[in-house]
Design a protein. Structure first.
Lengths: 446, 299
């Protein structure tokens, strides 16, 4: 059963027989309708008219300013952002929620524990969008120590990326060039038999390895390249570019050699005294470098709540809430599809995908459109989840129409004129959807 | 099709008996990736809420150090201290009580008003009935943003700004279109004979309404009550606009959000308490909830 089918203005079969009815009947009807009429009139109809009128007046409400408020809505930066964000919401969310709901509905038909799954996914529907916002605000905390999402990313990243041994350094002499981001390479190419020296300075003292050993220049190796990476820094002076006493080797540094003619490179790790060795190196010239992996930064967390990612982050949370709704409504539609139609398609040799694409989805189209349109209406009015997830400092970046309306009217600016204009704008966007709905109800009646 | 476990007449999972054991095992194994996928998704769906629960059970200094997943390695860190503090927090407790008042009032009043109107739309005759009903449906989509500013001024003039009553009245009005729509469609389906019999016995319309319509309309009223309760309980925007001192729980927590990290030992347990009641209502009355959802996913 789709909701659309039940929404009809059809009179009960015989009730229309006596249009108008007797006078006392009308009075009775009036008595029954009066309370509702008062509520609807005072709290919905009157304010709607009032807001429309108010939207043409200035901030104080004294001066008629024609369309100035509407103009401001499209020219003020914060409000433009709200319109743009809401457009993203409209383009992404109804389709996303409907698609996920459809997938879940179809997949849960094939498992024995669908009730447990559906309950888990549907549960967020019961809690407030505000509580959901608090919940997701926790998920999105930036520090990987606290935010579950960033902690997950850090754990996954740890599998693939090793943290570098040093976070910062610079070359100690002109023989080396580069940066921590690109790695440091020797200006001169090297050949087998040579000993190369990588002197680094500017290393935070906290990062100098604890088991430090006096740096040592290794012996040259026949048919190989050897060398040392050391901290070219000695309290009280010293000569840059030279390995001296009291200067320590840097262990765990990734050194890379690559033929200058191109082709594959090799890497080696340094020992505690900073030495490394490449054996059996083909004759020729090589470019030697400290690989940037040595300096790869620890993961500091993605700022989901920052200005750039805030809207996608909130959309994910919103989808988390509404997927259950879509799933349940679509599952009900799915249960109503005659099984023999699907079986017939399967007997004819259609694959599961073909059955889904050519039979299930077309038959579900009315239900899918109900879900889609419902989400469309909701998304145009989205408010709670945005205001609760977005920290105050990025609310301008995360803003949507309803939030902009509220903040303009009650959030300190107190501009009822522009606030009314935004409200009217939301209303105008909803009306076409309403007309579409009503037309559909009526065509279903026939 | 009224609960989450809508039974499919012949689900594809049902293996026809003529298949052999081997084939059945193959069919089962073929579903293993699907099972795993759905288990992972189901768990992922629970993670945010569990995260909130565990965070609410951690001492703030423990949380500052490491996220809620530390409870798996060190379950001894779980503590009810935060909850005890919240129960002793007057602001939060009075906000909770305010929420109860608003939600109960905001549920009963619209149901009474709407069922009266729904009865008229379903069973009484008056000119323009169908047009009026269509108009009520049209009001379904008026965003409440259209009412905030004028009602703000109106409440100010009437002197009922920042009262529980003012919030109940607002929720009542905006709950009405959906309520009237849902109840009217249900009432129309009540057998005409029952009403006619009562009318012939000389019962007044009010008597028919109370004795016949309300008892028979109970399933629909139950669905509606759950929806309306959840809407009013979960509301933020209306209370944020019209309440300053008489805050419901959402607004009370919201005002702590500026220092999210620092107030987490208050925010997390208070939020969890605030969502326990809707969750309980949802689990207790799932059937009616889904029924109502399917009957009118249009609000």
């Amino acid at each position: 059963m789709s909701s659309g089918e039940t929404i009809t203005a059809r009179p009960p079969p015989e009730a229309a027989a006596a249009p108008g009815g007797r006078r006392s009947d009308k009075l009775v009807a009036l008595a029954f309708l009066a309370p509702a009429a008062i509520f609807l009139g005072v709290w919905i109809v009157y304010p709607t008219i009032r807001t429309i009128i108010r939207s043409f007046y200035d901030r104080s409400g004294d001066e008629f300013v024609w369309l100035e408020n509407y103009e401001r809505m499209f020219t003020t930066e914060v409000l433009q952002t709200a319109i743009r964000n809401n457009a993203i919401w409209v383009l992404v969310v109804p389709a996303l929620v409907t698609a996920i709901g459809l997938v879940f509905a179809v997949l849960t038909e094939r498992i024995g524990w669908s009730v447990a799954f559906k309950t888990a996914v549907f549960m967020p529907m019961a809690i407030s969008a505000f509580a959901a916002g608090v919940t997701w605000r926790l998920v999105y905390e930036k520090e990987p120590e606290r935010g579950a999402l960033n902690a997950g990313i850090q754990a996954a990243r740890g599998v693939f990326v090793d943290e570098g041994v040093i976070s910062d350094a610079s070359a100690s002499s002109d023989a080396l060039q580069g940066s921590t981001a690109q790695g440091f390479s020797l200006v001169q190419p090297v050949s087998p038999g040579q000993v190369v020296q990588f002197g680094l300075t500017g290393i935070p003292s906290s990062e100098v390895p604890e088991q430090n050993e006096q740096a040592r220049v290794p012996e040259p190796l026949q048919g190989g390249i050897t060398g040392v990476v050391w901290r070219d820094f000695k309290p009280g002076g010293g000569t840059p570019g030279e390995v001296e006493t009291e200067e320590v080797g840097l262990p765990g540094v990734t050194v890379e050699i690559r033929p200058t003619t191109g082709g594959g490179g090799r890497t080696a790790l340094t020992e505690t005294d900073g030495t490394f060795a490449f054996e059996d190196v083909e004759p020729g010239e090589y470019r030697a470098a400290i690989a940037p992996a040595t300096f790869s930064q620890p993961f500091n967390g993605v700022s989901w709540l920052g200005a750039k990612l805030i809207t996608p982050a909130i959309i994910v949370a919103y989808t988390w809430i509404w997927a259950g709704f879509a799933m349940v409504v679509i599952a009900a539609g799915l249960a109503a599809i005659p099984r023999d139609v699907l079986e017939a398609a399967r007997t004819d040799g259609a694959t599961e995908w073909q059955v889904f694409r050519r039979v299930t989805v077309p038959l579900l189209a009315p239900v899918l459109s109900v879900v889609f349109i419902t989400m469309l209406i909701y998304v145009l009015k989205v408010f709670d989840i945005v205001i609760s997830i977005a920290p105050g400092s990025v609310q301008d970046d995360a803003s949507v129409l309803a939030l902009a309306m509220w903040r303009t009217s009650f959030g300190g600016v107190n501009d009822f004129g522009t606030g009314s204009a935004i409200a009217v704008f939301i209303f105008l966007l909803v009306i076409p959807i309403l007309l579409f709905q009503i037309r559909r109800f009526r065509s279903e009646q026939r | 099709m009224t609960t989450l476990d809508a039974p499919a007449p012949l689900a594809p999972t049902e293996v026809p008996p003529q298949r052999g054991t081997g084939e059945r095992i193959v069919a089962f194994l073929a579903r293993v990736p699907l099972q795993i996928f759905l288990i992972v998704v189901g768990l992922l769906w629970l993670v945010p809420t569990l995260g909130l629960l565990f965070t609410s059970l951690l001492a703030p200094e423990d949380f500052q150090e490491k996220g809620w997943w530390q409870v798996f390695s060190e379950p001894s860190k779980l503590t009810f201290d935060n909850y005890e503090a919240v129960f002793e927090n007057d602001t939060i407790m009075s906000a909770l009580w305010t929420t109860v008042l608003i939600a109960v009032g905001g549920t009963i009043l619209p149901i009474v008003v709407a069922s009266l109107a729904a009865y008229a739309f379903a069973w009484l005759e008056f000119p323009g009935r169908d047009w009026l009903f269509l108009f009520v449906i049209a009001l379904l989509v008026v965003p409440l943003q259209m009412a905030l500013i004028p009602i703000f001024s109106l409440y100010d003039t009437l002197g009922i700004f920042d009262t529980v009553l003012s919030l109940i009245l607002f929720h009542t009005a905006f709950g009405l279109p959906f309520a009237i729509f849902l109840l009217r469609n249900f009432f129309v389906g009540i057998p005409r004979d029952l009403l006619e019999a009562a009318r012939i016995d000389g019962a007044s319309e009010l008597k028919i309404f109370v004795r016949v319509i309300l008892p028979l309309g109970l399933p629909a009223i139950a669905s509606l009550a759950i929806f309306q309760f959840l809407w009013t309980w979960n509301d933020l925007i209306v209370a944020l606009t019209f309440a300053r001192e008489t805050q419901p729980i959402t607004v009370a927590i919201f005002s702590q959000m500026r220092q999210f990290g620092a107030n987490i030992e208050l925010i997390a347990p208070a939020t969890f308490i605030s969502l326990l009641i809707p969750l309980a209502v949802f689990f207790a009355f799932q059937r009616y909830f889904v029924q109502g959802l399917l009957a009118g996913s249009v609000k």
